[in-house]
Ligand binder design. Structure first.
Ligand code: HEM
Length: 477
């Protein structure tokens, strides 16, 4: 392996390779434990573009906005997301959807799903989300009494699944979550970890439970689809209705009921860990900033007056609420790495270096988002850094001036928590609506304190390390 590395490093048409001692494993340990520190160290030695070995695969990283553009806007024929992700996602989501189909189908599936992710839907979702959050904080055992402690790694995933299921999948599915059905979600979730990425299929009980959970959940959603069909009960309530009304591809073939059920699993999973991580982090950061909690409280009060029931329209008029979410996503982009498999030799821009077919490219907007070069005092949580946005709303300008610096819009922006290009997230507005309603409801109900935990990079999304607790107290009014 050392001889191979030496020979490789002599080729001037290759991206510099980070040296490693252990074959196959390569740089898995430093990358897996502290990806951003690892990238920073590599950047010092090799510059913005370097390759490293990760469990037998060569990963080429290109840091910074040029890398965002290079990888996220690479041509469809040159890089593939499905080849990079399908081992992990297909056993969980199921066949025929997301990365278990040609890219053109995924593009259409995203359009089908977007119908349930519009302003008109969000107007309906906000009161439902608020009701779910209130039910949770008034009935969960961690929220009993006037004050107490809550583990956000338990509460936030639950609040996320309850609110997303009730809005996107409807009341029938939501009510099943009060039963043994919830255990199936947890079994499926346990099949969605970095280990499953490396070893998609092992003869282990957790893999068997993952597959069983997938089958039962997918069958349950199919039954729901069939029931609505038989009763001729297709309205505009949720994502199930939206997909039942509109899921015929341009070539005239219709998605099967099985595929619709699997798409429901995939879309819900896409929003689950990402949103749960984000709300965990904003609760933990705000716990260290009682001043911000008071400012948020006053902002909400000044817009809602004596009303408590926040609406979708109110959410658009609460800049500090939205900037708190925006700043949380800057510091804690849930996905620290985005991958593609290289399908054709890919030239690194402005260089002679070629990334060969069969290698992978890795883009990490989270690295730029926590970098001093783009965000002064990058490690400080400061929602107010987003206050001054000169031309944020103007669509004819390519840049936005935030006072602390000018940021490019589009894929070459340093700020890309939702990715960019053809695989960009479709859930951004839903996430802001869900997270905004959760944040407003918490601020109206509680004051809290916390000590910020370190980051755990070892799960699918960047989570706080345990103990991740807030000490809460109910507000008097
Ligand atoms: C794609 C982030 C919430 C559904 C993505 C990608 C990112 C991302 C970075 C691009 C992945 C890639 O290029 O490989 C986030 C964050 C969220 C969030 C930070 C919340 C804070 C949601 C929600 C949904 C959702 C709520 C569904 C309602 C999807 C889907 C894709 C996607 C369907 C497309 C995958 C593709 O085209 O390959 N998300 N997401 N996400 N997300 Fe989200």
């Amino acid at each position: 392996s050392i001889v191979w590395q030496l020979l490789y490093s002599l080729r001037n048409d290759r991206v510099p390779l980070v040296f490693y001692w252990i074959p196959w494993l390569g740089s898995a340990i430093p990358y897996g434990m502290q990806p951003y520190e690892f990238f920073a160290q590599c950047q010092q030695k090799y510059g913005d573009c370097f390759s490293f070995l990760l469990l037998g695969k060569v990963m080429t990283v290109y840091l910074g906005p040029k890398g965002h553009e290079f990888i996220l806007n690479a041509k469809l024929n040159d890089v593939s997301a499905e080849e990079a992700y399908t081992h992990l996602t297909t056993p969980v989501f199921g066949k025929g959807v997301i990365y278990d189909c040609p890219n053109w189908k995924l593009m259409e599936q995203k359009k089908f799903a977007k119908v349930a992710l519009t302003k008109d839907s969000f107007i309906k979702y906000v009161p439902i989300i608020r009701e779910e959050v209130l039910n949770y904080v008034n009935s969960d055992s961690q929220f009993r009494g006037k004050k107490g402690k809550v583990n956000v790694l338990k509460s936030q995933p639950e609040i996320t699944i309850f609110t997303a299921s009730r809005t996107l999948l409807g009341e029938e599915v939501r009510s099943m979550l009060n039963t043994g059905f919830a255990k199936l979600y947890s079994d499926l979730d346990k099949g969605f970890t970095p280990i499953n990425f490396v070893f998609p299929n092992l003869p282990l009980p957790s893999y068997k439970r993952r597959d069983e959970a997938h089958n039962i959940i997918s069958n349950t959603y199919m039954k729901l689809i069939n029931k609505r069909k038989q009763e001729n009960d297709i309205q505009d309530r949720d994502l199930v209705d939206a997909l039942m009304k509109n899921s015929t591809y341009k070539d005239g073939t219709a998605m099967t009921e099985r595929e619709i059920a699997n798409l429901l699993i995939g879309v819900l999973m896409g929003g689950q860990h990402t949103s749960a991580s984000t709300s965990s982090w904003f609760l933990l950061h705000l716990g260290e900033r009682p001043d911000l909690q008071e400012e948020l409280y006053n902002e909400i009060k000044s817009v809602l007056g004596d009303r408590k029931e926040v609406t979708y329209e109110d959410l658009q008029n609460l800049p500090l609420v939205n900037n708190t979410i925006k700043e949380t996503l800057r510091l804690h982009m849930p996905l620290h790495s985005i991958f593609r498999k290289v399908m054709n030799p890919l030239q690194v821009p402005d260089s002679k270096m070629i990334v060969p077919k069969g290698h992978y490219v890795l883009v990490s907007p989270g690295f730029a988002m926590t970098n001093e070069k783009y965000f002064p005092n990058a490690n400080t949580f400061e929602p107010h850094r987003w206050d001054v946005s000169q031309n944020a709303g103007s669509s004819d300008s390519d840049t936005v001036d935030y006072g602390f610096g000018t940021i490019t819009k589009g894929v070459s922006s340093p700020y890309l928590p939702f990715g960019g290009g053809r695989h960009r997230c479709i859930g951004e507005q839903f996430a802001y609506t869900q997270l905004g309603t959760i944040l407003v409801t918490f601020i109206q109900t509680f004051k809290w304190t916390s000590k910020l935990p370190k980051v755990d990079y070892s799960s699918m999304v960047t989570l706080p390390e345990e103990p991740a607790e807030i000490e809460w107290e109910r507000r008097a009014d």
